[in-house]
Design a protein around this ligand. Structure first.
Ligand code: ADP
Length: 259
């Protein structure tokens, strides 16, 4: 293992990958994966070569959201070919592990699998690799933030106080390991009733912007709670590709401009 560590420093994990952007959240269920997928597609829509690495050991959902089925193949028995759909390359930790065993993994085990997904996958030339991180700020997340050569991170939060508490922890974690934070996205920012048009701030509103300001971080934008966002990603056709002229797609494009 010691020798491996030396080799790791000498050779970059993914020589053809120009930048790596982590999408993280202080807690689960706030829309981190939804944001990762739509952000990756918005970056691809700008003409960039994009990959999406699903590193969420607790609930790898990216292949489903991208409409990818089946298993990755290897032509030489060593290097895996990434899966591809909607013009982006994708690899998921879900292809390597059973979901219920991954729950009990510790940092070093996760790093072993992650390293495989970076080093032993034919990513080719990429302008940006988006990494959907596992939620939270524990040992596993800290190890990842330290060991993956991240260019910067995007933090996703709902407007609620409790989510924001975890968001501050996430911000501090990245600062501690000296990874730049591109900023905070407020997801489920408000709800517009499709029937009457009235807006309701289900999880409150504006908390992420206020937290960003208080913590000296950038605010990247707000994404409303909208059934179309859920239906399109559940159906494997995320809103950025299925409805590129929608206000939601434009909001993701604005976030993509800032990373
Ligand atoms: P996380 O990765 O943080 O656990 P997901 O991205 O998997 O969260 O989202 C959790 C659920 O909420 C999914 O069913 C997803 O489709 C839905 N969801 C996420 N963001 C939105 C949104 N802005 N509007 C509607 N549904 C959303």
């Amino acid at each position: 293992p010691q020798q491996q560590g030396v080799a790791e420093e000498a050779a970059p994990l993914m020589p053809g990958v120009k930048s790596i952007v982590a999408v993280s959240s202080g807690k689960g269920g706030v829309g981190k994966s939804t944001t990762s997928v739509n952000l990756a597609l918005a970056l691809a829509a700008k003409g960039l070569q994009v990959g999406l690495l699903d590193a969420d050991i607790y609930g790898p959902s990216i292949p489903r959201m991208l409409g990818i089925t089946g298993q990755p193949v290897s032509y030489d028995g060593k290097v895996l070919e990434p899966m591809e759909n909607h013009g982006i390359k994708c690899m998921s930790i879900g292809f390597l592990v059973e979901e219920d065993t991954a729950m009990i993994w510790r940092g070093p085990m996760v790093m072993g699998a992650l390293e495989q997904l970076m080093r032993d996958v034919n990513w080719g030339e990429l302008d940006v690799l988006v990494v959907d991180m596992p939620p939270g700020t524990g040992d596993v997340q800290l190890t990842m933030a330290q060991k993956v050569p991240l260019t910067g991170s995007v933090i996703v939060s709902t407007p609620q106080d409790i989510a924001l508490l975890d968001t501050r922890k996430g911000l501090n974690m990245f600062r501690k390991v000296e990874i730049p934070v591109f900023g905070i996205v407020e997801n489920m920012s408000y709800f517009s009733c499709p029937h009457c048009g009235e807006r309701t701030d289900i999880f409150s509103h504006g908390g992420a912007r206020a937290t960003a300001e208080a913590q000296g971080a950038d605010f990247l934008g707000e994404i409303p709670l909208d059934i179309k966002i859920r239906e399109t990603s559940d159906g494997g056709h995320p809103i950025v590709t299925s409805d590129p002229d929608s206000t939601h797609a434009k909001a993701y494009a604005e976030i993509a401009d800032k990373v």
